[in-house]
Design a protein around this ligand. Sequence first.
Ligand SMILES: Nc1ncnc2c1ncn2[C@@H]1O[C@H](COP(=O)(O)OP(=O)(O)O)[C@@H](O)[C@H]1O
Ligand SMILES: [Mg+2]
Length: 332
Amino acid sequence: MADIIQAENLTKVYHGKVKAVDHISFSVSEGEIFGFLGPNGAGKTTTIKMLNTLASITEGRATVAGHDVAKDPGGVRKSIGVVPQELTADDELSGTENMLLMARLHQVRGSSLKSKVTDLLGLVDLQEAAGRKVKTYSGGMRRRLQLVMGLLHEPRVLFLDEPTLGLDVQTRSKMWDYIKGLNKQRGLTVFMTTHYLDEADSLCKRIAIVDHGTIKVSGSPAELKAAHGGDIVTLTLSEDKEDLTGFFSGIEGVSGVSREANVYRIKLPKTEKALPAIVTGVLQKNLEIAEIAFSKPTLDQVFLDVVGRSMRDEESSTSDSTWENIRMERAR
Ligand SMILES: Nc1ncnc2c1ncn2[C@@H]1O[C@H](COP(=O)(O)OP(=O)(O)O)[C@@H](O)[C@H]1O
Ligand SMILES: [Mg+2]
């Protein structure tokens, strides 16, 4: 499929000294959901702003929907919807009024405009609050309004900068269901950032992980997990008789072992391959297995491996046990 976003050596230096984005190159295919992930300050918002024509490009070039961002900003703006990290709806206006104001900015007119606004607000469950001033909205309602404000002119590409930050799980999943629907039905291309790596994992066809203004890795979630994660088998022996770390490490297909008394965490690129040898080996030593558990690799693991630190813990929905696994892995 054709590339709908192309960035070549895209670079942003603020005030002649802060290099926020450092020669980034990537492309996004039409109809793809592309995740742009990274810790705070990595340069995600700045990249989005350059692609959205809202920040000037210091060096390099980019095209969006066939329009050169620097040479034809108007063409870009017509093709894109933007849901910015900072909420931009006017507090003193109602939901409907904000939508109509947005329509004016995008020159969306016609007899169907009113019903379109009503439909869109209904889609994100804001029909009842549509006439109320936005200052009376909850955080989730504001986020939902912001989303449909970005969709009013039926863009080909939607940029979402942390669209679900701080939302509860239900609202998050509802928003994504809606975005997924648009992606499927209308072939809408989505360029998104999120702090929730599980969201990126389930939604994105491809992901780039950025840090310090550069892309560290990119690929499909499955590719990244295979390269940086691997399965983890947690094996608990009934007794803590001898140290089996060396034994497990020697088994073909095992890429790492950590031990805490009688509990071993064994990292394997593919569980199926090495598991029989692990189990047989333990039984041959006349040891008893009390418990055996598997965990699939997560994007959190990939993130930690690539960036060297985790996505802010408090904002991650990763279970404590997974974090424990990751910490064990890192401690080796
Ligand atoms: N308007 C600005 N002026 C100066 N520095 C900025 C500005 N906006 C962002 N930065 C800096 O650029 C870097 C990248 O920021 P940003 O793109 O917001 O990262 P992210 O969205 O990944 O958290 C950070 O070091 C940030 O402090
Ligand atoms: Mg940001």
